[in-house]
Design a protein around this ligand. Structure first.
Ligand code: FES
Length: 156
């Protein structure tokens, strides 16, 4: 009897501690993967860009609206695309709408991929689907950096 009581108590405590630790785990998870929590939502700076419908054209990297692109891991939305300065410092431009249901994807430096916060699809830096539910790749655009490093030209 004594043992049973102790066991019940322990289980109660165990469950309580589980409840607490899942919240703690979430906090830990967010700290460990900044890009999927706080960073992802604060990073996008609306691009001033060239304002063309698709986002093709030139992007002035000295414009304040594009300052996120000065830093590896930064990204902006430009027309219908997302432009990111990916791991290693090069620029990648992809269609920003997740091919599942159209949510804007986000670049994650820690994983070097593009992530959809809606249902968790993941795309490589070439736009290929790495994790569904999305079934088709993002459109990839060509990017060319000017020799002075101030202008990014984006073409289809
Ligand atoms: S909208 Fe992107 S995974 Fe569903």
């Amino acid at each position: 009897m004594e043992t049973q009581k102790t066991e019940q108590l322990n289980r109660g405590e165990f469950l309580r501690s589980l409840g607490m630790s899942s919240a703690a785990l979430m906090a830990f998870y967010c700290m460990g993967t900044l890009t999927s929590c706080s960073k992802g939502s604060s990073d996008p700076t609306p691009s001033t860009g060239t304002g063309t419908g698709t986002g093709t054209g030139t992007l002035d990297l000295t414009a304040s609206g594009n300052s996120a692109l000065k830093t590896e891991g930064g990204y902006v939305y430009n027309g219908s695309m997302i432009v990111a300065r990916v791991k290693g410092g090069s620029y990648v431009a992809l269609s920003k709408a997740c091919t599942h249901q159209g949510t804007n994807v986000q670049y994650r430096l820690s994983q070097n991929d593009f992530y959809c916060p809606n249902h968790g699809s993941e795309f490589s830096t070439t736009g290929a689907v790495e994790v569904g539910p999305a079934g088709t790749p993002l459109t990839v655009y060509k990017t060319t950096l000017s020799s002075d490093g101030n202008t990014l030209t984006i073409t289809t």
